[in-house]
Design a protein around this ligand. Structure first.
Ligand code: ADP
Length: 612
C-alpha cells in the first residue's frame, strides 16, 4: 500500500489522463483482461522460480536433521534424492518456460491494446483539431499541433508498453514476494521492508524534479518544431530575406536549452537509479547479516535464505524500474497533458443545440447590424447592414485592413458576430449546422491552396464523390481543362506541395473548378485575380463570370475595374460601410470610391501610355 502511494504521489497527473482516455481503454477490455491474467500468471511463476533451488538445497544437498519448515518437504521425505533432483530440475525448466510464455502473452496483449487505444485517441485528436475554430488556429502553431498528433501520442503508446506494463508486473511481484517473505520469516521480512520509507522519500522528491524539467523540455521541443515548421513553410521568404542565419541562431538557442534540459533529466534519473541501487545493497547486507545468524541457530534453512536473497534482488526491481522509468513516464504524462489540453479546447464556433441541416439556399443574404472584433479591445466591424438578393453580384471594396476579409469569414461562420447577425434566406446562420451551411458556399481566395494530390482530387474536394465527368465539366467552366490535358498525366498529375508545379493563374483556375463543382448558390471571391498578369487575369475573370452566373456572389477586389459591373458595391473603411450603390451611382456621388477609381484608372492610363 505504501508503495502504491509513493507511485501515485510521484505521478500526480496520471489519474486524470487515465480517466480522460477511459472510454478508449474500455473498448479494449477483453484484450486487456487477457493480458492481465497472463500478467498474474507471470507474477505467480516468478514467485515460484527460486523454490526448486531451495528444495534442492534443503532436501537434496544438505544432510537430514535440519529443522526444515514447509509441508512440501515432509511429503517428499520417502522419495529418492535423485528422483527429487530430476523433478526439481524439470520444474525449473517448466516454471521458466511458463513464465516466459505468460510474459510474452501479456506484453503482446498490452502492446496491441495500447496501439488500438492510441490510434483511437489520435483519430479523435485529428478530428478535433480540424473542428477547432479559426480563432484557435490563427493563434496556434501548426508545428506544435502536429507534434501533439504524432510525437506526443507515440510517446504515450511507447511508455504504456515499455514502462508502465513492466512496472505493474513488478509491483504485483513485489506484493507477492513481501507476502511470501513474511510467511517464511517475519524478522528478515521486516528488515527487508524497513528501507521502504527512505525509498519512498527519495523517489518522490527526485521524481518531482524530473517531472518539472521534463515538462519544460517538452514545451520547448513543441516550440522548436513549430518554429522549424514555420521556417520551412515559408522557405521562399526566408531565403529571399536572407533570414537563414538569424532564424538558425534562434533555433540553435532553443536547441541548446533543450539539450541542457535533456541532460539535466538524464542526470537526475541516473542519480536516482544509483541511490536506489545503494539502498538495495544495504538491505541485502543487513538481511545476510541477520539471516546467516538465524540459519546457524537453526531457525531458518539455508534454502530459506536463498529464497530470501533471490526475492530481495527481484523484489527491489520494481523500485529500480520505477526510478529508471520515472523520467520516461513523467515525459509521457507531459505529453498526455498536452493531448488532453488540446482535446479540452472547445471550438468557439460550433453547431448550436437544435441546429438543423440547412435546406437548399436561394441565396438571399442579409447582414443586420453586424459588429465584430477578434480582440475585444479592437473593434473590426462596426454595425454593418446590407442585403444581397439571390443571384446578385456584390462587390466589397476599400483600403486594406478595412475588414473586407473579416466580413466574408462571418458569412462562412468562421467567426460569430459579437452583435447583430447574418441571415441566409431569412434565418440566422447559427440556426443551421456548420457543415450544411458551408456546403452551400464556394470560395476562391487570392492564393488558393491546392493539396499534394492529383488535379482530379483537388477539384473533386469541392464536392466529395463527384464523378469524373463532373470534374471535367467544372474544369471546362474554369478554363482549366486545356492546360490540365497538357500536364504529363492530365487529371492524374500529382501536384507539388501547395500546388507549386502550377503557375499562379493555373492554380486559381483549378481552385475555380473546385468552387464550381460544389454548385453552391453563394460564392465568395477574395481577390482571386490579384497578383496575376493580365492574360492570366483575363482567363481567370472569364472563368469567374461563368462560375458566378445566377449565383449570389461576393467579390472582394482591390482593382475596381474588375467589379464595376457589380449590382451593388460596398465601400468599407475601418469596419464601416461608407458608401454603397452601383458604380455609376458612386461615381456621381464623387466620394471615396470615385476617388479610388480615378486614382487607379489614372495609374492604369499612365502605365498604358508608358508601355506604348
Ligand atoms: P481587409 O480584408 O479589408 O484587408 P481584414 O478583414 O483582413 O481586412 O482585416 C481587418 C483587420 O482585422 C486588420 O486590422 C487585421 O489586422 C485584423 N485581423 C485580420 N485577421 C485577424 C485575426 N485572425 N486575428 C486578429 N486580427 C485580425
Amino acid at each position: 500500500m505504501a508503495k502504491r502511494k509513493s507511485f501515485r504521489s510521484s505521478l500526480p497527473s496520471l489519474k486524470p489522463i487515465a480517466q480522460r482516455f477511459w472510454p478508449h481503454i474500455r473498448k479494449q477490455s477483453r484484450l486487456l483482461t487477457g493480458a492481465f491474467f497472463a500478467l498474474l500468471a507471470e507474477t505467480g511463476l516468478r514467485l515460484l522460480e527460486p523454490w526448486p533451488l531451495k528444495l534442492m538445497f534443503d532436501r537434496v544437498i544438505l544432510p537430514a536433521g535440519f529443522n526444515i519448515h514447509g509441508h512440501n518437504i515432509e511429503a517428499l521425505a520417502n522419495v529418492s534424492p535423485i528422483l527429487v533432483l530430476t523433478i526439481l530440475s524439470a520444474a525449473l525448466i517448466v516454471i521458466a518456460t511458463g513464465r516466459g510464455a505468460a510474459a510474452y502473452l501479456s506484453t503482446v496483449g498490452m502492446a496491441v491494446a495500447a496501439t488500438h487505444v492510441m490510434a483511437d485517441i489520435r483519430g479523435q485528436l485529428y478530428n478535433h483539431i480540424q473542428a477547432l475554430s479559426l480563432s484557435f488556429h490563427s493563434q496556434a502553431k501548426s508545428g506544435d499541433l502536429i507534434t501533439r498528433v504524432t510525437y506526443d501520442i507515440e510517446r504515450l503508446r511507447e511508455v504504456t508498453v515499455v514502462a508502465a506494463l513492466p512496472l505493474v508486473t513488478h509491483f504485483l511481484t513485489l506484493i507477492g514476494m513481501v507476502g511470501v517473505m513474511f510467511w517464511l520469516n517475519w524478522e528478515l521480512a521486516l528488515i527487508a521492508i524497513a528501507i521502504l520509507p527512505l525509498f519512498i522519500f527519495t523517489t518522490t522528491t527526485m521524481s518531482k524534479k524530473i517531472h518539472k524539467v521534463a515538462r519544460t523540455q517538452r514545451q520547448r521541443e513543441g516550440a522548436m518544431a513549430a518554429s522549424a515548421a514555420e521556417a520551412i513553410g515559408a522557405i521562399k521568404v526566408v531565403q529571399a530575406l536572407s533570414l537563414q542565419d538569424f532564424l538558425g541562431q534562434t533555433f540553435a538557442k532553443n536547441n541548446r536549452k533543450s539539450l541542457k534540459e535533456s541532460a539535466e533529466t538524464q542526470r537526475l534519473r541516473a542519480g536516482q537509479e544509483r541511490l536506489v541501487e545503494s539502498l538495495v545493497v544495504i538491505v541485502q547486507a543487513l538481511v545476510l547479516w541477520r539471516g546467516v545468524q538465524l540459519v546457524l541457530a537453526g531457525n531458518a534453512t539455508p534454502g530459506d535464505l536463498l529464497v530470501f536473497l533471490t526475492y530481495l534482488k527481484v523484489a527491489f526491481k520494481p523500485m529500480r524500474q520505477l526510478a529508471k522509468y520515472t523520467g520516461q513516464i513523467a515525459k509521457a504524462i507531459a505529453s498526455g497533458e498536452r493531448v488532453i489540453a488540446l482535446l479540452d479546447t472547445v471550438p468557439d464556433v460550433r453547431d448550436l443545440k437544435g441546429a438543423r441541416s440547412a435546406p437548399a439556399f436561394r441565396g438571399d443574404v442579409h447582414c443586420q447590424g453586424v459588429t465584430f472584433a477578434y480582440d475585444p479591445a479592437k473593434g473590426i466591424l462596426r454595425n454593418l447592414t446590407f442585403a444581397a438578393k439571390p443571384g446578385e453580384q456584390v462587390a466589397i471594396v476599400g483600403p486594406s485592413g478595412g475588414g473586407k476579409s473579416t466580413l466574408i469569414s462571418l458569412l462562412l461562420r468562421f467567426y460569430d458576430p459579437i452583435e447583430g447577425g447574418v441571415q441566409i434566406d431569412g434565418h440566422d446562420l447559427r440556426a443551421y449546422t456548420l457543415a450544411s451551411l458551408r456546403q452551400q458556399i464556394s470560395i476562391v481566395l487570392q492564393d488558393s491552396v491546392l493539396f499534394a494530390t492529383s488535379v482530379r482530387d483537388n477539384i473533386a474536394y469541392g464536392a466529395l464523390g463527384a464523378s469524373d465527368a463532373e470534374v471535367e465539366a467544372a474544369a471546362r467552366l474554369a478554363n482549366a481543362h486545356d492546360f490540365i490535358m497538357e500536364l504529363p498525366q492530365g487529371y492524374d498529375t500529382i501536384l507539388g506541395e501547395r500546388g507549386a508545379t502550377l503557375s499562379g493563374g493555373q492554380r486559381q483556375r483549378v481552385a475555380i473548378a473546385r468552387a464550381a463543382i460544389r454548385k453552391a448558390p453563394i460564392i465568395i471571391l477574395d481577390e482571386p485575380t490579384s497578383g496575376l498578369d493580365s492574360t492570366s487575369a483575363a482567363l481567370v475573370s472569364d472563368a469567374l463570370n461563368r462560375l458566378t452566373q445566377g449565383k449570389t456572389s461576393f467579390w472582394i477586389s482591390h482593382h475596381l475595374s474588375t467589379v464595376q459591373h457589380a449590382d451593388q458595391i460596398l465601400y468599407i473603411e475601418q469596419g464601416r460601410i461608407l458608401e454603397r450603390g452601383t458604380h455609376d451611382q458612386l461615381m456621381v456621388e464623387a466620394g471615396r470610391y470615385a476617388q479610388m477609381y480615378h486614382l487607379q484608372s489614372g495609374r492604369y492610363l499612365s502605365e498604358k501610355s508608358y508601355a506604348n
